[in-house]
Design a protein around this ligand. Structure first.
Ligand code: NAD
Length: 308
């Protein structure tokens, strides 16, 4: 069993690290937010008060951080402050499970390689529920020996593990997947409201679409009309299962990657514009499926009470 340093014990990182502790690893964790560290302690993580101590004796290090800039700062360091790559032994395996932009992931691979550290971009899909259940999908990118070892290490947290390819291929898969998610979210929002406007029973239309060519993950999981799909945020005033803030972050990274590749991601840009409207209206912490409210010209939608 290994000694594992874990930095970022938030909604994802906390439960993920707990699965590693349950599997018998010694997990030493750090979070800048003492409340998150306290929760992690209940899950069997030994918490410490700085990142340097968390990684000092580690055989492997995981990060689960909010945005690209946090991964850069924690892993590479900044303003003369050393990062994780400066503190661990040469040959140590470091996995970033955060969703970051491709440039950040590339910078981490380069900084790690320059110091003899084995870095793997290891983003996940499956949300907070998947983190608790230990059923996340992992997308691993890096050198073959590092991704092979990473695949074994992440097993207690995973339902599916894909060794995608070389450096940044894991994050590339994650960003392309989420681009499709947010476009199909827009599609299921428009289809749901059109069906309703044309007089269809929402449950009947949902049954038809899920076995027809309009099927998609958001249709089955987030159908944005109350009383049709149990897991839909529409049943709970659009309280978040996937916040608009997180969705906008992921989509902005996908769009930046598209720009860099010289692509026209027009549907993705439309989805982004809708998330930005939600954020401007103060709904950054509401579920991203609230974009359905823009399908109606009055900005209202069944199941959403702005005053509640
Ligand atoms: P979160 O904000 O709950 O957790 C991030 C944690 O990092 C916080 O507890 C924060 O205090 C901590 N942190 C920030 N800066 C730090 C630093 N310098 N040192 C130590 N700790 C620091 O976010 P989350 O929902 O757990 O998401 C984490 C990552 O996983 C993000 O990149 C997100 O995009 C990705 N992700 C999230 C989901 C989801 O459904 N929440 C799904 C897939 C991927």
């Amino acid at each position: 069993m290994a000694v594992i340093g874990w930095i970022g014990l938030g909604h994802m990182g906390g439960p993920m690290a707990t699965h590693l502790a349950r599997a018998g690893h010694e997990v030493v964790g750090f979070d800048v937010d003492a409340r998150m560290a306290e929760q992690a302690r209940a899950g069997g993580i030994r918490t410490v008060t700085d990142a340097a101590t968390a990684v000092r004796d580690a055989d492997a290090v995981f990060t689960s951080l909010p945005r690209s800039e946090h991964s850069r700062q924690v892993l590479i360091g900044d303003a003369g402050q050393p990062g994780v790559f400066d503190r661990v032994r040469a040959g140590t395996l470091v996995l970033d499970t955060s969703t970051v932009d491709v440039e950040t992931s590339r910078a981490c691979h380069e900084a790690a390689a320059a110091r003899g550290i084995r870095f793997v971009d290891a983003p996940v899909s499956g949300g907070i529920a998947g983190a608790h259940a230990g059923t996340l999908t992992f997308m691993l990118g890096g050198e073959a020996d590092a991704t092979a070892e990473a695949a074994t290490l992440v097993d207690p947290m995973a339902g599916h593990v894909f060794t995608v390819g070389g450096p940044t291929s894991g994050i590339a898969a994650k960003l392309a997947n989420n681009l499709m998610l947010f476009i199909t979210l827009q599609a299921s929002s428009e289809g749901a409201r059109l069906a309703e406007a044309l007089g269809l029973d929402p449950a009947v239309f949902h049954d038809i679409a899920t076995v027809s060519s309009g099927d998609s993950w958001p249709l089955r999981t987030w159908y944005p009309v109350p009383g049709v799909v149990e897991t839909s945020p529409a049943n709970r005033n659009f309280d978040a299962t996937f916040t608009t803030g997180l969705a906008a972050k992921d989509l902005s990274y996908a769009l930046a990657a598209g720009d860099a590749a010289g692509l026209d991601l027009a549907a993705g840009r439309l989805a982004m514009e809708r998330f930005e409207r939600l954020i401007d209206e103060g709904y950054v912490d509401k579920d991203c499926s609230l974009v359905v409210k823009y399908v109606g010209l009055d900005g209202r939608t069944p199941g959403f009470d702005p005053a509640a």
